[in-house]
Design a protein around this ligand. Structure first.
Ligand SMILES: [Fe+2]
Ligand SMILES: [Fe+2]
Length: 459
């Protein structure tokens, strides 16, 4: 029988002491008196300025297990993520990864039951398989699309090869009506994804566990083709994306050597309704009265403008939210995207885009209702009611925020998550810090026949 106290002592004796002792001995052997005082000074500096411990690259200790071992695929599915490539009311896509021994996979789906009997009523759908050679070796990525589902219905699903399966997990289809819903919006995760982003995505999930989806505004990872970083991203979001759909737009860090990450398309299933060459990075879908549009601010921007105008002119949803990575109004010092602002803001103005969710600047900035003429270099007269622009960051890489009168709320050295609820004529927005403290809050209210009203909820 396991004796807890004795067990703890055994752990100390057999694991902790040798590890700690080894490190201590290494320092003692090599540290000169001068170095010891340096260590002391460094310790005091870190204690007095805790923010300085956050660096983009944590040093690897000698004992660190390499990514080659940590993030290898096996025949058991991992990196499971729900996405939509078509209508969220009647379809659900699932993507996952295995090793290359798995050459054919399936997804099984059934209406979720109160007890386990639902497993006798499953539908089995063949998956598509894509080989992907990464810096850690060959993997197989699989995708299945469940179609013909009933709206507003809870389903159970699993994926696998007939021998190795995932657990059964749930998803809920959307309504075909403009019913209230909540989603989570996150800025760049990017650095120290496992060690310091995990707590943010999990805190967001605890606060809004019934969120319809999580929207990631780019720079999910730092190294576009670093398989280990994608491994960390899935470690951090764990089971969350097995039951909460992922919506993501690519950032500049999803580009390596001028090309989109090799991981992007095999890892996710986003709608294929974007312009040629930009599919699954530029796309739109409608969710319960809201049109969500992803623009790719990292390449072929001009080519997206005609598509954007078309998608906005055909829109019949009351609310329109755009996500793109590079901000129309920058949050950080010495950064500006004038060309992007001149290109797309007049289009947002003309078609009355309500809210734009962005990343890239590793600080927080949320505007008032902005039109292109609000900026000093504005050139075009527009008659729109204005758009609210947000830049946010969820990972630990921090830039200094710049002071701007056009911003209603800014922030720096904060990891944040946002919870957004759309309910009829009201869009309720809240930004919270990593510990759940309210940082910013407003209501954007639609007034039929008039401009949107922006109601500030914090002083
Ligand atoms: Fe970026
Ligand atoms: Fe970034």
């Amino acid at each position: 029988m396991f004796d807890e106290k004795k067990g703890a002592k055994q752990m100390n004796a057999t694991h902790l002491k040798p590890l700690l002792g080894l490190k201590a001995r290494k320092i003692n052997r090599t540290a000169s008196p001068g170095m010891k005082s340096s260590f002391l000074a460094m310790f005091l500096a870190l204690a007095l300025h805790p923010a300085t411990i956050v660096s983009a690259d944590e040093p690897n200790s000698l004992e660190r297990v390499p990514d080659q071992l940590l993030y290898q695929p096996t025949a058991v599915p991992d990196r499971i993520v729900l996405c939509w490539s078509a209508d969220p009311a009647i379809t659900q896509a699932v993507n996952w990864r295995t090793d290359s021994s798995v050459i054919s996979s399936v997804g099984q789906v059934a209406r979720a039951g109160e007890g386990p009997g639902f497993v006798d009523h499953v539908q089995t759908i063949a998956a598509t398989t894509t080989p992907l050679e990464t810096d850690l070796g060959l993997a197989h990525y699989h995708a299945v699309e469940f179609e013909g589902l009933l709206p507003e219905t809870k389903y159970a699903y699993r994926v696998g090869d007939g021998t190795n399966w995932t657990e059964w997990a749930h998803f809920q289809t959307a309504s075909t009506d403009a019913k209230p819903f909540t989603f989570i919006y996150l800025g760049d995760a990017q650095n120290n994804i496992k060690s310091l982003w995990s707590r943010v995505v999990r805190e967001a999930y605890r606060d809004a566990s019934r969120a319809a989806f999580i929207l990631h505004a780019g720079d999910l990872v730092d190294g576009a083709n670093r398989d280990g970083q994608w491994g960390e991203w899935f470690y951090a979001s764990g089971f969350i994306h097995r039951s909460t759909a992922c919506v993501a737009t690519p950032g500049n860090h999803e580009y390596g050597n001028g090309a989109l990450s090799r991981h992007w398309r095999p890892t996710f299933s986003f709608p294929l309704n974007g312009p040629e060459g930009l599919k699954e990075t530029v796309y739109y879908f409608d969710y319960q009265g809201t049109r969500i549009i992803s623009l790719n601010s990292s390449e072929k921007r001009e080519a997206q403008t005609t598509w954007l105008k078309q998608v906005l002119s055909e829109n019949r949803q009351p609310w329109v939210i755009v996500t793109l990575h590079h901000p129309i109004y920058s949050a950080a010092k010495e950064r500006d995207n004038l060309e992007l602002r001149n290109l797309w803001q007049p289009v947002f103005d003309y078609f009355g885009v309500d809210l734009v969710l962005q990343g890239h600047d590793h600080a927080y900035a949320r505007s008032s209702l902005m039109t292109h003429t609000n900026v000093a270099d504005g050139l075009t007269k527009r008659n729109a009611s204005g758009t609210v622009y947000v830049v946010s960051v969820s990972g630990p890489k921090m830039y200094e925020a710049k002071k701007q009168t056009i911003m209603r709320k800014t922030g720096q050295h904060l990891q944040l998550y946002q919870i957004i609820t759309i309910d009829g004529n009201d869009l309720r927005y809240e930004a919270r810090t990593a510990t759940g403290k309210r940082h910013d809050a407003f209501i954007l209210r639609k007034q039929p026949g008039q401009s949107n009203q922006l109601i500030e909820l914090l002083p």
